[in-house]
Structures are given as C-alpha cells and as structure tokens.
Ligand binder design. Structure first.
Ligand code: SF4
Length: 346
C-alpha cells in the first residue's frame, strides 16, 4: 500500500498577527468563519475523526496550524497547542507538526519553545523581498526579517522542512522586485514554494484602494507570465512548487473583487512554460518553419498542458512560425514536461 501524507488543518485565523496585511482575509481564503481557538478535547476528537476517514493506515500525518501567525501568539498559547498536537503525535508512529508563521516572529526565544516537539515543517510567508512592496502592502516587516528568519531556521532547526509563500502582484512591485525575490529563493533553497498571485479579496484594505482607483491587480496574462518565470527559475534551482494560485474556496460567494484568479491557474502557468520552451527549441533548431509540420514528442500526461487552454499554445505557435500543422506523438517513456520537437516537410 502506498504511504500517503495526511495534513490535518487547524485554522487559527489572524491569531498572532501583529497587524492585518492589506491583502489578507483569512476567513475568505479558507472558507471558514473566525472561530475562537479550539480547546484540547475538541481538537483531539477532531484529529481522530479526520484520521478515521483515511483508508491508509500507513500514512504519515501532520497537524498543521495555519491561517495566522503561529509564533506570534503568546508563548503560553503556543505551548498549549504544541502540547495538544504532541498528545496526538504520541498516539501513533509517523506523526508530526507543521505551522505557518511570519518571518519577523522567528527568533531564538520562539525557536527555543519548539524544542522537544516533533516539528516537521515551518512555512514562512515572505510574499516579496522588496522593502518598498512590503511597506505598501502593510506587511509590517522587512526583507531583512525574511533573510534572518531563514538563516535562523536553517542553523537552529536542521531537520525541519522549510516552505515559503510568495505573492506576485503586490502594490509597488516592479521587475526588479521579482528578481530580488528570485535571488532570495536561490539563497533560501526552501524545500517547497507556494505562489499566490495577488487577488483583491472582499473586506481588505486593498479593496478600498482598488475602489478608489488607487491600485490595480495584475491581469491574468501577466500573473501567469510572472508565475511561469518564478516556476521555471525554481525548477532550475531544485525548488519544488506545491501550489500556484488560491484554492477554489477563495473564489466562492463573489469573495474576489478583482484579480488574476483562475480555477486552473497552475495549469495555465505550466502551459506558458511549455510555450516559452517550445519557442526557444524552434528558434535554436534554425530550421525553416513556414508551411512545415511541427511534431512534438511528449508524455501523454503532458498533452493538455502543452496544448494550452482551447489549444491556444498550438494556435500561437502556428501563427508565430507559420507552421501548416502541429502534431503530437505520445511516448510514456518521456519524462512529463520534457518534450522533443521535429520540424518536417510533411
Ligand atoms: S497575511 Fe499572514 S500575517 Fe498578514 S494578516 Fe494574514 S495571516 Fe496575518
């Protein structure tokens, strides 16, 4: 039987947040109203119920505190929840704890609280490495805080997985800002990355700025373009991307006022990467393309992403290079996302 990984989410909306970031509405993002922090008995029975739905008893399990700033909570509250999670962890093998937190709350004092608990993953919301962008987004921390947090986690917590979240499209962002963030990713070498292009959510500070005409989010096309740049860079640097775009809960009930949300955002990004690579391969081949056939050899699982939404990639390649025809050869031995091209006279 396969060994799956189960994440049991514990939602702590805005708990530990020193301020409300201009883009954030955790209640909408997670589709949950803000509850009071749960008590021990309630949480333990929730963990058991959650687990009872799993058919795979070999699964590893992580209790995940998310939606707020875990290390920003009072020390006694942090310890209380670590103790509860620990009680659950001791009830079975292969169980651990993860949480998300702000870079500016990672300190030696807070890290000392974690000692003795099976913390497996820490996720840092860094969002951007440009101080101007962070300031204009009401983050309340600087790029240096993210740098320090990563250094501290890496030096003090050697066996812990580090995840980072970034948010392209924040106010004041330029191409330079993106490059600063990419450079930081190269330094931080996180175990995984989530890319959440900014969308304007209801009841946020950015909604007010948007309604006054003082801020505009990225178009879908631009957000896909920037995300594909970040993704390609991450793949090259062996950084795993585990999420692109907000989950569908965020888009329910007209929660999104404006912005580049799409139900298949991740696939759009992968399609865009294919297109860029295909263009380079065609140019590098130095072959005549007009009225020729482009033959693409790929893994069957990659065909839909390669074609793009409504065949848009093939359509654009034809238009750009004058191909008469584009055909696909499916070959399961090709690694997904790798592909080869041939240009034929027919
Ligand atoms: S983005 Fe994170 S730190 Fe900012 S308000 Fe939301 S939960 Fe708190």
């Amino acid at each position: 039987m396969m060994n799956n990984h189960i994440i049991i989410p514990v939602f702590i909306p805005f708990y530990g947040c020193p301020n409300k970031c201009f883009f954030c509405n955790q209640n909408l993002v997670t589709g949950k109203a803000a509850p009071a922090l749960p008590e021990k008995g309630e949480l333990l029975s929730y963990f058991d119920t959650f687990l009872s739905y799993s058919k795979n008893l070999q699964s590893s399990v992580e209790i995940a505190f998310f939606g707020g700033n875990f290390l920003g909570m009072e020390n006694n509250v942090i310890l209380k929840y670590l103790e509860i999670a620990d009680t659950f962890c001791k009830g079975g093998s292969n169980r651990g704890i993860r949480f998300s937190t702000r870079p500016d709350t990672v300190s030696r004092e807070k890290i000392a609280l974690l000692s003795g608990y099976n913390i497996q993953t820490i996720e840092l919301g860094i969002q951007s490495m440009d101080d101007k962008v962070l300031r204009k987004s009401g983050r309340g921390h600087t790029a240096k805080d993210s740098f320090n947090a990563v250094e501290l986690i890496k030096s003090e917590l050697k066996n812990i997985k580090l995840g980072l979240q970034i948010m392209p499209g924040l106010p004041g962002e330029t191409r330079q800002s993106i490059f600063k963030t990419l450079k930081f990713l190269q330094f931080a070498k996180p175990d995984y990355l989530r890319i959440y292009p900014l969308v304007i959510l209801k009841n946020t500070q950015l909604e007010k700025l948007y309604n006054k005409g003082l801020f505009k989010p990225l178009t879908l096309e631009k957000a896909v373009d920037i995300s594909s740049l970040i993704r390609d860079f991450s793949v090259k640097n062996n950084i795993k991307i585990i999420r692109m775009g907000l989950p569908s809960e965020a888009a329910q009930n007209d929660n999104i006022v404006s912005g580049p949300w799409h139900p298949s955002f991740g696939e759009l990004v992968i399609s865009k990467s294919f297109y860029k690579k295909a263009v380079i391969k065609i140019i590098v081949s130095e072959k005549e393309t007009f009225e020729k056939t482009l033959l693409i050899h790929l893994n069957p699982s990659f065909e839909s992403a390669a074609r793009g939404l409504k065949n848009s990639n093939f359509h654009n390649l034809k238009k750009r290079f004058g191909f008469k025809n584009i055909a696909v050869t499916k070959d399961s031995s090709i690694i997904p996302e790798s592909f080869f091209i041939e240009i034929k006279s027919d």
